[in-house]
Design a binder for this molecule. Structure first.
Ligand code: BG6
Length: 336
């Protein structure tokens, strides 16, 4: 399923980009009345919502709340007919997500769901559905659904920004061009498999791992950490890098692995100081960086150089090596 991602991503965008325009089969005219967006989901689907918050707020300038469906359904959410509620689910059957949908609907919100399984309960209960075309996903730990959900979220954000006139049209064109290149870029990351396998072999016995990042790198840290713990049973935690100093730093000691997601160049200086801090305490630092940025390599023990993409799209390339790394760590630990 990891290897299928370029195809799945391509299938999800096919038919939705025509002559440089994004086309959705849905009537999305409700967009003009929206003053707040709430995204709710579980697990990795929730993590794509965390990425989307950064993308949507940048392009739409509408406040976005992201909430775990299991929390949303049991609070008193401020949602009304001017709220767009985006529900994300691979299966379309997750009980908490479906309950969150019903809660939002009962309060008058417009429900747009991003679902992989056609005709699922969530799809049926929504006002609008945009399908991901990931194909059947059998592994419980999602990979290709995550990647295809991102594509739908990007396309929706660009489409909405264009309709609302909330972002520069040149930026929207650039993003669309870059989205088209994503399948090839994701494919190129598979060349890193041997390196990731070697790193996994050297570190699979680690007791715990910390994923850190800022901005969208932080959103990817959450997913990387979940993937690793879900399939290898290792303890792993994701932290916003700026939070390290507020307690977590005391857990960093000799031999600890820190995965420092440092793709977001605007905050690279800040990440560099976080990397120095954890190295000073003896951590082994595996970092990410965009191709051509040698700065991180001066501090980190190992760097995964990833294809260049617009920062708003970085999750699509950065998650892939983390999936492959988790896969090999799990294999070396003798997991199923
Ligand atoms: C969990 C899976 O049980 O459910 C995750 O392990 C998944 O990978 C989550 O993201 C939510 O599932 P769904 O089908 O609603 O996307």
């Amino acid at each position: 399923e990891i290897i299928e991602q370029p195809r799945a991503v391509k299938a999800t965008m096919a038919g939705r980009i025509k002559n440089n325009e994004i086309v959705f089969e849905n009537d999305l005219s409700f967009l003009k009345g929206v003053n707040k967006i709430v995204i709710t989901a579980c697990g990795s689907a929730y993590h794509t919502g965390v990425v989307a918050k950064y993308v949507f707020e940048e392009l739409l300038r509408i406040p976005v709340e992201v909430d775990l469906a299991s929390e949303f359904r049991y609070r008193n959410p401020i949602v009304d007919e001017h709220t767009l509620v985006i529900i994300i689910s691979q299966s379309g059957e997750t009980a908490d997500t479906l309950a969150a949908l019903k809660e939002a609907k009962s309060r008058g919100a417009h429900i747009l769901s991003i679902v992989n399984v056609v005709g699922s309960s969530i799809a049926k209960a929504s006002d609008d559905v945009i399908y991901t075309w990931a194909g059947p996903e059998i592994a419980v730990a999602t990979t290709k659904a995550y990647s295809t959900q991102l594509i739908v979220l990007y396309l929706f954000a660009i489409y909405a920004a264009d309709k609302l006139g909330s972002a520069d049209s040149k930026l929207l064109d650039t993003l669309l061009d870059e989205i088209r290149e994503l399948p090839k870029k994701v494919e190129s990351i598979f060349a890193m498999e041997d390196k990731l396998k070697t790193l996994a072999k050297e570190h699979y016995e680690m007791k715990s791992v910390f994923f850190i990042g800022r901005n969208i790198d932080y959103a990817v840290a959450m997913e990387g950490s979940l993937k690793l713990k879900e399939i290898s049973y290792l303890n792993s935690e994701a932290y916003a890098a700026g939070e390290l100093k507020h307690g977590t730093i005391s857990l960093i000691e000799e031999g600890r692995m820190v995965i420092a997601l440092s793709y977001y160049e605007e905050l690279l200086d800040k990440m560099m100081s976080n990397i120095k801090e954890v190295k000073a305490r003896g951590a082994f630092v595996l970092a990410t960086a965009p191709e051509g940025n040698a700065a991180v390599g001066k501090e980190a023990n190992e760097v995964l150089y990833l294809p260049k993409v617009h920062p708003l799209l970085l999750a699509s390339v950065e998650v892939v090596p983390l999936q492959i790394f988790s896969y090999y760590v799990a294999l070396y630990n003798g997991c199923d």
